[in-house]
Design a protein around this ligand. Structure first.
Ligand code: UDP
Length: 389
């Protein structure tokens, strides 16, 4: 019975949870929030491992960072943050280098002490093949940024494993996620705000969604409800957009990850949270060791939890993580977006609903914007919630 539901939200990840929280607290409207999974939090969900007490992010490492003051202030209403600053190392041919590529990586790789200017000149020389040309894909963009030798060591093999797509068919924005620095700063992110939630990720969602106007139904598949919904019921849909339209325009390409979790009888396996593996001969892309995300906690020191990540292309029953976004995917997506524009009672959002690799802060930021531009005007003035251009 949906007579009491003012808004149906499909998906309890950051996008859906943010809208739910705003609608309940600011508008005092009744929200029904459903999720196919048995828990809230979407891919940001984490749990404390029974055996070791260590917080494990079930769907891969989630590092919170944002340049956006509004998002930071908003999220700080539901959690405090630790002062964790993410750092990553990469193993290549039995050596360990710091990532993203910085002056330390460059000096170590070329086995020379280099000043920032010397390193710039060296890289410019090694990127000469791209001089005066506009990079048109991931490979060209990477070479223009770091030159061919560093590209071939740290990017080509890792990217081949992560995407199994010719790097010349991948969009350049994938690689511009990684900064290149001519200093010894080896922080992974450039953002002003960074940290991990003090009580873990799931607690954030519990606090956001704890409201008498928010009803949560877990283990509920939207598509088994769809035909019994009252016509015109406003919906925020954060599931896969191709699934919504029954794949009528074709399937969008996604990468999924197989997470291989292991508990080891040691207090420290690798000395840091994330070790990338650049060599193509190593089948996994990286190993996460979760205890290192929370050095402030007094975890036991007998055991540690590690997770190896294996990337492969997603089939319909797999969890979609990374939009591949080839040229063909872009065409297919545009056709879905045109169809979405005709659904005036459905607003599409989130990573799956917009086929974009949103970081957590981007999903929250987009949801806060959509609340102001679509959801609020819907309840205040009767404007359609969906059908956006
Ligand atoms: N990448 C790489 N080598 C690395 C780390 C990243 O080639 O050691 C490339 C790879 O193509 C990857 C992209 O940079 O997909 C973005 O990396 P990021 O760490 O942002 O990926 P995420 O952590 O979101 O999986």
């Amino acid at each position: 019975d949906f007579s009491n539901v003012d808004l149906l939200i499909v998906g309890a990840g950051f996008y859906g949870a943010t809208i739910a929280e705003r609608v309940a607290n600011q508008l005092q409207k009744n929200v029904l929030l459903i999720d196919r999974r048995s828990h809230i939090g979407g891919n940001a969900y984490s749990e404390f491992d029974n055996e070791t007490g260590i917080e494990v992010h079930r769907y891969g490492a989630h590092l919170f960072h944002t340049p956006n003051e509004t998002v930071w202030t908003y999220l700080n209403r539901f959690t405090g943050f630790t002062d964790y600053k993410h750092r990553v190392y990469s193993t290549y041919r039995d050596q360990v280098y710091s990532m993203p590529i910085n002056l330390g990586t460059i000096s170590q790789f070329f086995n020379r002490r280099l000043s920032p200017d010397q390193a710039r000149a060296l890289i410019a020389d090694q990127a000469a093949e791209m001089a005066g040309r506009n990079p048109a894909n991931l490979e060209e963009k990477a070479i223009s940024l770091i030159g061919r030798p560093l590209y071939e060591a740290f990017i080509r093999g890792y990217t081949a494993k992560q995407w199994q797509t010719d790097p010349r068919d991948l969009p350049e924005h994938i690689i511009t996620r990684l900064p290149v620095r001519y200093t010894f700063d080896n922080r992974y992110f450039n953002d002003k705000y960074e940290g991990l939630p003090i009580d873990g990720y799931t607690a954030i969602f519990e606090r956001m969604l704890k409201h008498p106007k928010i009803n949560i139904a877990l283990g509920v598949d939207f598509f088994s409800l769809k035909s019994s919904l009252p016509p015109g019921l406003p919906i925020v849909y954060t599931g896969p957009i191709d699934r919504y339209f029954d794949y009528s325009e074709g399937e969008l390409g996604w990468r999924t990850i197989d997470f291989e979790k292991e508990t080891l009888n040691t207090g420290d396996f690798q000395g840091m949270a994330v070790m990338n593996y650049a060599d193509e001969t190593v089948p996994y892309t990286r190993i996460l060791e979760f205890r290192h995300f929370n050095p402030e906690r007094s975890y036991q020191t007998e055991k540690t939890v590690v997770v190896r990540e294996y990337s492969r292309s997603a089939r319909r029953k797999d969890e979609p993580y990374y939009p591949i976004d080839t040229r063909q995917d872009k065409d297919v997506f545009l056709r879905y977006r045109a169809r979405a524009e005709a659904q005036t009672n459905v607003h599409f959002g989130g990573r799956l609903g917009t086929y974009r690799y949103l970081d957590m802060h981007q999903a929250i930021g987009a949801a806060l914007k959509a609340f102001e531009s679509r959801v609020l005007p819907h309840f205040a003035e009767g404007q359609a919630i969906g059908g956006e251009k």
